[in-house]
Design a protein around this ligand. Sequence first.
Ligand SMILES: Nc1ncnc2c1ncn2[C@@H]1O[C@H](COP(=O)(O)OP(=O)(O)OP(=O)(O)O)[C@@H](O)[C@H]1O
Ligand SMILES: [Mg+2]
Length: 494
Amino acid sequence: MAGISKAFPGVQALQDVNFEMARGEIHALVGENGAGKSTLMKVLTGAHLPDAGQISWRGQPAAIHAPADAQALGIGMIHQELSLIPYLTVGQNIFLGREPRWKLPGFIDWKKLYAQTQDLLDRLNLDVNPRAEAQGLSIAQQQMVEVAKALSLNADLIAMDEPTSSLTDKETEVLFAMMRALKAQGVAIIFISHRLEEVFEISDRVTVLRDGRHIATRPTAELDHNKIVELMVGRELGDIYAYSPTEQRDVVLETADLSDGDELKGVSLQLRGGEILGLAGLIGAGRTALAETLFGIRPAAAGDIKLAGQPVKIRSPKQAIQHGLGFVPEDRKLQGLFLHMAVRENVLLSGMDLVATLGFINSGKANGLVQGFVDKLDIRTPSLQQEVRNLSGGNQQKVVIARWLALQPRVLILDEPTRGVDVGAKAEIHALMRQLAEEGVGILMISSELPEVLGVSDRILVMHEGRITGELTREEATQDKIMRAATGVVHHGI
Ligand SMILES: Nc1ncnc2c1ncn2[C@@H]1O[C@H](COP(=O)(O)OP(=O)(O)OP(=O)(O)O)[C@@H](O)[C@H]1O
Ligand SMILES: [Mg+2]
């Protein structure tokens, strides 16, 4: 790709960017939220037309005007925002538009389609029914199905836009093994990730973008963590989030034997004001089920919830919010954001039109409030009026967080709060969480990133198969102890 430029209203997303790939190379593309990574990949795969620049493929000028052109050349992409169609099955999603057919009379050969799907899923070690509807899958499973779909294209180049963002370490290892196998077959892979450890583990070269410009392309072996961060942010990053404990106050949230009759099998926990309680576990451990039950998204089948010592029944998110609970969900696209509305409305709306009081806030004050969060969280947007769908993935995530902060909850549940967020912004979000804790908010943080759990939490609970299998103080917690509890080895450290 040579001299690629692309502007959107108010934003120069790419400016004269050069980028090249070799056969069989795994090339990491890194940069802060909004640096232009996804846009560059969308230009490569025909989803965006560039304003200037050329693409060559195997030494020949390539005309890529639509996704089909890229596909025909053997260029595939896994999008950052999952794009499976909810009511189609896994197999239908993977083979959409290119279903295997009988020679005559041309009907879809379902048996073959599902057999091929099963093969792909087996290659990924993915325990998912090919006939299951996409909407029933967890986010991690959906992400793996996207990977399967890209593999099924037999592409020579696959652009993977944050494929690991909602995978746990174990699933990431499966994906990496797959990537190495593809590489050995000569397939070139572009890998976008905000987890720099992954970049070091898997990539041969790294390209850094900053503010839409190409900053550097280097062999990974010549870089280290600090060097990449410096190239990304254009300055040396000061102290990243430094842990300092907060004074612990009274218990703000307590559950006894809470179940949803399905994935959640009797959870008892206590959360204090001023405390950041980390909740670790593997995918499917029941962490999201716990959060959703607390927040009234799933009905509680048994057990009790107390807020500030008072027993409460929470039957809907509306009631949860009235009781002072906030919930930043894992899947910002489905539950978190109104993609077609402005940043301003997304911060001010409570999610389900729940807080009437915000309806008559005067607009100057409202703008001030929103601008405050935009500054604090460093949300990159040309204006408060920008539609959220036009923000980069990481900046969308920050908008969801801003909304819940605007509600000033007493208990804040954060499900993967920094997924897809760049290193600098991650530290800002962690610092903000600590600031809330200092104001007396109790924070329950679900995270699959162990360094995040270990770095931020005052105390750590580990879940496995719907139950709490470990409780660790900050001092005694290690990755190893968490992993053992997460795989069902009961460990009570306290
Ligand atoms: N369709 C669009 N309309 C308007 N602006 C857009 C559109 N797509 C991207 N942008 C803007 O272009 C810039 C680059 O966005 P891009 O999505 O490429 O960033 P990114 O590097 O992928 O970030 P992230 O790490 O958060 O995913 C951002 O400022 C973004 O707001
Ligand atoms: Mg992106």
